[in-house]
Design a protein around this ligand. Structure first.
Ligand code: GLY
Length: 298
């Protein structure tokens, strides 16, 4: 009897260093993407790939995730991260502190009956599960907090709602991947934005807002959390992947935001990858061309 050989598709990894990130950190996006590809070559799944990629980005002190995360106005660091795959399995942590790689804790949450753990209890969960205490503060983050405080002291910052709209390099990191079996995964991780109260949670750990994955593809986004969350941007892009293709879905998603709101999107679907950002954004992919719904589908 002839055995059916499963059809495979081109594995793809896409990474980004956040809306507003410049060429100066493009090497980080590349190293992260190659770490994701290496995970796939070792036989790992799309989920393994986005984890490997996001850990590299979190460990780079130049990005606003993991080591190097922004400080809240009280000088504390609270981070958000999430992962999701095409089986709709998901795990997230919100306002977690004192860990090195929030995205790995989010992966651990995925193994529990819950989808998200928050605050002090997320940190306790991490430490109880073998993630050692770790201080992600850097001198750069401290200096940035001082600048933020100066802005506030000079009253250069308008009321809170308007302050979120000012560009301050909201450099969340993220990755999406498709493995050879056409399974998808998305990850996001962030230290948040400037002018941030302790306890604030942004879009990054929220399924449908900061990221989304399903059988049709994976999306992760960067920008001003409150604005992204309002529009459930990642789910909105995901829902268009099949009809218009990955690139057009990202373009339509970006078009939902005025130019004044820094926003970036990366996606992978069955037709390939998409990327759109209204600022500079350091990003990387191994895919040679953008997705188009008209392209051959696996
Ligand atoms: N997109 C990151 C945040 O708003 O926290």
């Amino acid at each position: 009897m002839k055995r059916r050989v499963p059809r495979t598709v081109e594995p793809i990894v896409v990474t980004h260093c956040g809306a507003g990130s410049t060429r100066a950190v493009r090497d980080a996006a590349g190293r992260a993407g190659r770490a994701g590809m290496a995970a796939l070559r070792r036989g790992g799944s799309a989920l393994d790939a986005v984890l490997a990629a996001t850990v590299v980005l979190e460990d780079d002190p130049r990005t606003n995730a993991g080591t190097g995360s922004r400080m809240r106005l009280d000088g504390s660091i609270q981070m958000d991260a999430a992962v999701m795959d095409s089986r709709l399995r998901a795990g997230a942590v919100a306002a977690i502190s004192n860990v090195r790689n929030p995205v790995l804790v989010a992966r651990k949450v995925m193994e529990t009956p819950h989808m998200m753990l928050a605050g002090e209890w997320a940190t306790r969960f991490a430490h109880a599960n073998g993630f050692p205490p770790y201080d992600p503060a850097t001198d750069h983050a401290r200096a940035r907090l001082e600048r933020t405080k100066d802005d506030l002291a000079r009253k250069e910052v308008p009321p809170w709602a308007r302050a979120w709209l000012r560009e301050r390099g909201t450099d969340t990191v993220g990755a999406v991947a498709r493995d050879g079996k056409c399974r998808f995964a998305a990850a996001s991780s962030t230290g948040g934005v400037s002018y941030m109260l302790p306890g604030r949670v942004g879009d990054s750990p929220i399924m449908g807002a900061g990221l989304y994955a399903g059988p049709e593809g994976a999306v992760t986004v960067t920008g001003v959390g409150e604005e992204i969350w309002r529009l459930l941007l990642s789910k909105s892009v995901y829902d268009r992947l099949t009809d218009v293709g990955a690139q057009a879905a990202c373009d339509v998603g970006l078009g939902l935001f005025p130019e004044s709101v820094p926003t970036g999107i990366i996606a992978v679907g069955k037709d390939g990858v998409g990327e759109a950002c209204n600022r500079d954004m350091a990003w990387w992919t191994n895919a040679r061309s953008r997705g188009s719904a008209k392209a051959a589908r696996p």
